[in-house]
Design a protein around this ligand. Structure first.
Ligand SMILES: [Zn+2]
Length: 168
């Protein structure tokens, strides 16, 4: 498995393997084992209705009402651990990928990605793939002078967040 496979799968299915917005934490835990704690400030008490931050390797989850609300992968660190599908196991892979590489992989798979439409800093490129309940956003950052229309920008993160979640 390569990072391009993982990201193409994310674009295609709306999730990273079974980690998808809308999935239940119980189902996910049964298949992948218990998640790891992903709180940024572990000692801080969460407010009521505030999502829990959990993770499988470097795949970060926001969980509310025991439902996955967001699934995110940051790729800027050079290497990521992604769950392999076997409980408790993750696969490490180099995470550097350019916008040109992903656009090519998407077009090979027939995946339609839109350019982000909201105002962005000039050095940032966003590709959006429509999914329900959550669109997948791929955000790239320009690392040097660009002569390829954003094609040389490097992926910073991929995230799908269900913004319509209503607590039960
Ligand atoms: Zn909720």
């Amino acid at each position: 498995m390569t990072i391009v496979d993982v990201l193409t799968g994310f674009a295609e299915s709306g999730g990273i393997g079974i980690l998808k917005p809308g999935a239940s934490l119980a189902d996910v835990s049964e298949r992948l084992g218990p998640p790891q704690d992903g709180e940024y400030f572990p000692s801080r008490r969460r407010k009521k209705d505030e999502p829990r931050n959990l993770r499988y390797g470097d795949v970060r989850l926001e969980v509310c009402c025991d439902i996955l609300r967001a699934v995110a992968l940051s790729t800027g660190s050079g290497s990521v651990d992604v769950p392999s599908g076997v409980p408790g196991e993750a696969e490490a892979m180099p995470s550097a990928v350019t916008a040109a590489q992903l656009r090519e992989a998407f077009s090979t798979e027939g995946i339609r990605a839109e350019e982000g439409t909201w105002p962005e800093p000039a050095e940032q490129v966003t590709l959006v793939v429509r999914h329900s309940p959550a669109d997948v956003h791929f955000t790239f950052r320009q690392t040097g002078p660009d002569e390829s229309g954003g094609g040389g920008a490097v992926l910073h993160s991929a995230i799908a967040r269900d913004t319509h979640h209503v607590c039960r």
